[in-house]
Design a protein. Structure first.
Lengths: 169, 169
DNA sequence: TTGGAAAGTCAACATCGCTGACATAAAATC
DNA sequence: GATTTTATGTCAGCGATGTTGACTTTCCAA
């Protein structure tokens, strides 16, 4: 719909940037994001963890050995906030915090086997929904989806995001 | 990562559903959503309101006269949670809750002039970012963006979302 | 007239942000 | 070697927003 449909309700033939169209995009973000977090949220309940734990686990998995400071930057929260979460994960044996080799002040974060297991469970659920959405929408839509999301990010974060783009593997 | 991508960075020509590709989509959602909420959040600080207030204002604006129960359903929160937010908005004179005409138990919610003003300020900021992202990505990308987001929603919500699709205007 | 739906309210609690203050260890610099 | 800076951890308290549970009032509808 949209850009090229001349008829329709709002006559947004070429101009697809009407307030109405933009409002629809805004709502789509809200509803989709809620669905996107719903599956992991359900799983996390069983473990008495929250979304904050999920995010920490995700990024430690993505970049094993990253420091607390680096994780802080990625998540955009305070160290006190992250510490609370990280402590429970370490105490519960999901995350290992090794003293840095070069710099002994730093802690390099890794998932334990137990942590990797939960990561799998969470990301499996999230990937399943994402995969279904991708399949339903098709390859061209997926490319557009990613393009718009990237354009929406703050530049600093976008650079960080693209840096790991297909690396980290 | 790897096996199937022939090109350098973005070789998601045919097989775009590798775990790596899906993970990138997941992260894109996370980072983009954070940016998406950042602008309104900054504005809300000046008024001592939070995201919950923003959401209420948005949906009352979209559908003037909707009942508390309907809003509850759209937002997916408990009535106690919504009530706290709604009360401050009514007390502060941003929202008017008129007793229902047909059914006097219901309250039909409307934005006051003051409420509409804040709604404008918030949605202007959010639309500006959305518009910039749309412009950067192009019309085709926008269509794909919306398709994937819609496919990601829970079916019930998607129906609700599409029902107001280009109506309400 | 009675049952139940819609709304409002009170209390208590959990998560997860935040600020501020302070401690420790180690690197970096003077 | 002494001092400063950095990375991390921790305590205490606060605020926003979600939750459950219990209870009341109003009022439509059977």
């Amino acid at each position: 719909m949209g850009a090229d449909s001349k008829a329709g309700q709002g006559g947004e033939s070429l101009l697809f940037l009407t307030d109405e169209q933009l409002r629809k995009g805004i709502e789509a973000m809200f509803f989709a994001y809620r669905a996107f977090t719903a599956d992991p949220d359900r799983i996390l309940e069983n473990y008495d963890y929250g979304r904050a734990h999920h995010r920490a686990i995700h990024f430690i998995h993505r970049q094993p050995g990253l420091t607390v400071n680096a994780l802080l930057g990625t998540l955009g929260v305070t160290k006190q906030s992250l510490n609370r979460v990280l402590r429970t994960l370490v105490d519960d044996g999901l995350v290992e915090a090794r003293v840095g080799r070069r710099d002994k002040r730093e802690r390099n974060l890794f998932l334990t086997e137990k942590g990797a297991l939960l990561e799998r469970e969470l990301s499996d659920a999230q990937r399943a929904r994402m995969r279904a959405a991708y399949r339903a929408a098709g390859p061209a839509a997926v490319a557009g989806f990613r393009q718009v999301l990237e354009a929406m990010m703050d530049p600093d974060i976008r650079r960080q995001y693209q840096a790991i783009k297909d690396g980290a593997a």
